[in-house]
Design a protein around this ligand. Structure first.
Ligand code: PMP
Length: 281
């Protein structure tokens, strides 16, 4: 099956999908999104992703939408595409309207979706761990809302690639470690797993929450608290979490090895725990 797209109820091959230049997502970044992964032909954590999408729209005062209809359309598009290992992308903008900063009058939101195959990374970065750089977090004050305004994330990722690394870690102006350019971040320090608390400065990641659940189940000590770059550099393990990222070990930061520079046991156990959850959902 070809990779498919959906625009407001119409389904087509991705290459044929076009939206108006007056889409507010295109003009203003006035749109929110979700990415859902499938494993073995089944979309994972659908309920959680649509709850977050609904919240993002409410936080930005989008017109009321039937979130269940969008969810059904996403599931339907995914089943039409028949791609076992897919990324389902869902974007909702505040609609199509002549360019004007003010909210448009009563117009429908614009819903765009795609279903594409996820290619497994080669060489397998999960086995080797990744190198990262740190960058100043230049994002706005509502990183808890999943908007398409991703320019600081784009610049951070490219800066990492230009430095021969895989990803970038955002650090606040006052030195707090926030998250990755498209992932949350955990450290293992003195036997405790630590991650940034849920504040407007990070995305409330669905994988973050699953990993915290798994930690509690396995009775690993966890703390949701602020930590700085020194604690990051001195951690025994560092890893990123995300829907596509899963649990991805970080073995170098700003040219320094994390601990012995090898993938650690906590990241491995949590990746296994996460895959176990996928199978049991
Ligand atoms: N933080 C940011 C900035 C992200 O873009 C993502 C990926 N959506 C995450 C965290 C991880 O979120 P999730 O586990 O829900 O994919």
């Amino acid at each position: 099956m070809p990779e498919l797209a959906y625009i407001n109820g119409d389904v087509m091959p991705i290459d044929d999908a076009v939206v108006s230049v007056e889409d507010r997502g295109y003009q203003f970044g006035d749109a929110v999104y979700e990415v859902i992964a499938s494993y073995g032909g089944k979309m994972f954590c659908v309920k959680e992703h649509f709850a977050r999408l609904d919240r993002s729209m409410k936080e930005l005062h989008f017109p009321k939408v039937q979130i269940d209809e969008i969810r059904r359309a996403a599931i339907d598009l995914f089943s039409k595409a028949k791609i076992e290992r897919a990324a389902v992308y869902i974007q909702v903008s505040r609609g199509v309207s002549p360019r004007n900063h003010a909210f448009p009058g009563k117009i429908p939101v614009q819903v765009v979706m795609t279903v594409r195959k996820i290619e497994e990374k080669n060489p397998p970065i999960r086995e080797m761990g990744i190198s990262t750089i740190t960058v100043e977090d230049l994002r706005w004050g509502r990183c808890d809302i999943k908007t398409v305004q991703l320019l600081p994330n784009v610049l951070a990722k490219q800066k990492a690639l230009d430095a021969g690394c895989y990803d970038a870690i955002f650090i606040s102006k006052d030195g707090i470690v926030r998250e990755g350019s498209s992932s949350n971040l955990f450290i293992l320090s003195g036997g405790t797993l630590i991650t940034h608390p849920l504040t407007p400065d990070i995305l409330p990641g669905i994988t973050r929450s699953l990993v915290l659940d798994i930690c509690r189940e396995k009775e690993y000590p966890v703390q949701e608290r602020f930590f700085d770059k020194r604690e990051l550099y001195e951690a025994d393990e560092v890893f990123l979490t995300g829907t596509i990222t899963e649990v991805l070990p970080v073995v170098r930061i700003d040219g320094r090895a994390v601990s012995n520079g090898k993938v650690g046991p906590a990241a491995r156990a949590l990746q296994e725990g996460l895959l176990g959850r996928l199978k049991s959902e």
